[in-house]
Design a protein around this ligand. Structure first.
Ligand SMILES: NC(=O)C1=CN([C@@H]2O[C@H](COP(=O)(O)OP(=O)(O)OC[C@H]3O[C@@H](n4cnc5c(N)ncnc54)[C@H](OP(=O)(O)O)[C@@H]3O)[C@@H](O)[C@H]2O)C=CC1
Ligand SMILES: O=C1O[C@H](COP(=O)(O)O)[C@@H](O)[C@H](O)[C@H]1O
Length: 483
């Protein structure tokens, strides 16, 4: 069940796009779960907004349906749901129209935290921000939450930043990357910076390479029209995998403070080497148990990748000779998100060569089974001589921390509460997003110029064989997904 938590300050959260898919699947259920956990004050309010005409009760039906579908059954307490719904209301508003703004201005209070969540298409971020400013609804202590994708390239990201900057200060803007809200991602920082054990080894002298895998079993069916214009590079690498890479590679900030942390991430992104096409493998899932990618995307000519693997270099003192291998894909063999820091072999072995490997690795598992796993080399028990084996020192949070470790809030729960608390640490800054696009754009431009076709791969596999070759050529291999 949900552990009790100290309530945040009272707030009015205006959710634009309240009738949409993301609001129903993630945002409203997360707010309910925080309410259940006692973190949402009794006078806090959720004000839904979208073009659809409905009254408060109509919206409460929408919220109830979302809770019933997307919140685990044991958390669905009838009395608690009713109490939560009493804190929800609705105003029909078209971002580009005039109706509804006066009602909204009357509804939001000036003496509590005001947060405006844009769970809408990015093309209406600018108009919405302007309306809030023009109608005097947003003020200096208001916060603005924007969803991904934050642009589709550097130019569009700059335009979005400029549109928002015309009405809001950077300190008011919370750009969501929900991977940053995942428990293990924050634990990565704790492991690195709260233990003396790892940091001295966390560099090219001791780390052979880093591999980051985000594999999903689902396809793009249902989101095909969005995804086909995006592909794995824009949908996952430019944002989520980039953030994982940054947190793994960055220098220790001198304080755990939003801008100190984001400054360090930005330095990493700016130090990323351009990636030649020979270090990129793109794939597209074939027909199999489910429809093929081109069927899901409803585009028989599609050249969009549903899988990508890249070898990435970082030009700084810490990582000069340590490659980072990234891969992500849909319809893979299993759902697995992890970072593996693969250390080098001991510099000199006193054991026979065929006694086994002595290289340690640290695996940071985001999902499933959130936890951290350090593989260490020991002697195989028994009288058979000095045979070495790698064994895991497994810190699965659910095992190590009992119910506290098993009761991990969804990333959106944490991130929304951080918005209310005014903590930008786990949100991307505008310059960070632009730097990420500045690195991504030339890679995409290179394959588009060449007319590169993604390689077909079987559903339920680990992606195209060439992704294995990317590692094998360097005498390395991907871990864990391969079984
Ligand atoms: N769905 C997902 O899994 C994810 C979505 N995102 C992002 O979140 C955002 C929302 O996505 P999603 O919920 O899937 O989209 P949907 O298309 O399901 O919902 C869009 C919402 O915006 C409202 N809307 C559309 N036009 C206007 C307008 N002119 N004025 C006011 N409201 C409007 C719609 O309601 P109405 O038609 O009644 O106006 C609806 O509530 C997008 O930026 C998306 O990229 C990010 C990560 C994952
Ligand atoms: O942002 C996105 O993330 C999801 C994966 O998120 P997860 O929390 O379920 O791991 C991905 O499926 C989607 O394509 C992408 O837009």
């Amino acid at each position: 069940m949900v552990s009790r938590t100290i309530p945040v300050d009272s707030f009015d959260l205006v959710l634009f796009g309240a009738t949409g898919d993301l609001a129903g699947r993630k945002i409203l259920p997360s707010l309910y779960r925080r309410f259940l956990a006692g973190q949402m004050p009794e006078d806090a309010r959720v004000i839904g907004a979208a073009r659809s005409e409905m009254d408060d009760d109509g919206f409460r039906d929408v919220v109830r349906a979302a809770i019933e579908e997307f919140v685990a059954k044991p958390m669905q307490d009838a009395g608690t749901i009713d109490a939560f719904l009493q804190q929800c209301s609705y105003i029909p508003i078209d971002a580009k129209g005039e109706g509804g703004w006066k009602e909204l201005k009357k509804s939001v209070r000036d003496d509590v935290v005001k947060a405006f969540y844009f769970s809408v298409a990015p093309s209406i971020f600018g108009p919405l921000a302007q309306q809030l400013r023009n109608h005097g609804i947003a003020c200096e202590n208001s916060r603005l939450v924007v969803e991904k994708p934050f642009g589709t390239d550097l130019e569009t990201a700059k335009k979005l930043n400029a549109d928002l900057a015309a009405s809001f200060d950077e300190t008011q803007i919370y750009r969501i990357d929900h991977f940053l809200g995942k428990e293990t991602v924050q634990n990565l920082m704790a492991v690195r910076f709260a233990n003396v054990l790892f940091e001295p080894l966390w560099n090219e002298r001791y780390v052979d390479h880093v591999q980051i895998t985000v594999a999903e079993t689902m396809g793009v069916g249902g989101r095909g029209s969005y995804y086909d214009k995006s592909g794995a590079m824009r949908d996952m690498v430019q944002n989520h995998l980039m953030q994982l890479l940054c947190l793994t590679a960055m220098e220790p900030p001198n304080q755990f403070e939003p801008d100190r942390l984001r400054d360090e991430k930005l330095k990493v992104i700016r130090a990323l080497d351009p990636v030649p096409l020979k270090h990129v493998v793109r794939g597209q899932y074939k027909e199999g148990e489910h429809p093929s990618y081109v069927e899901d995307a409803e585009n028989p000519e599609s050249l969009t990748e549903s899988f990508i693997a890249l070898k990435v270099g970082i030009s700084n003192w810490r990582w000069k000779n340590t490659p980072f291998y990234l891969r992500t894909g849909k319809r893979m063999s299993r759902r697995l998100s992890e970072i593996v820091v693969q250390f080098k072999e001991a510099p000199h072995s006193i054991f026979e060569k065929d006694d086994g490997s002595t290289a340690n690795s640290l695996t940071i598992r985001l999902q499933p089974d959130e936890g951290i796993d350090l593989s260490v080399t020991i002697k195989e028990p028994g009288p058979g001589g000095m045979r070495l084996v790698n064994v895991p020192l497994d810190m699965t949070f659910a095992d190590a921390l009992g119910s506290e470790g098993a009761d991990i809030p969804d990333a959106y729960e944490r991130l929304i509460m951080d918005v209310i608390r005014g903590n930008q640490t786990l949100f991307m800054r505008g310059d960070e997003v632009e730097a990420a696009w500045a690195w991504t754009d030339p890679i995409i431009a290179a394959w588009e110029e060449k007319g590169d076709r993604p390689l077909p791969y079987s559903q339920g596999s680990t992606g195209p064989e060439e992704a294995q070759m990317l590692m094998h050529k360097d005498g390395r291999r991907w871990q864990h997904l391969e079984g």
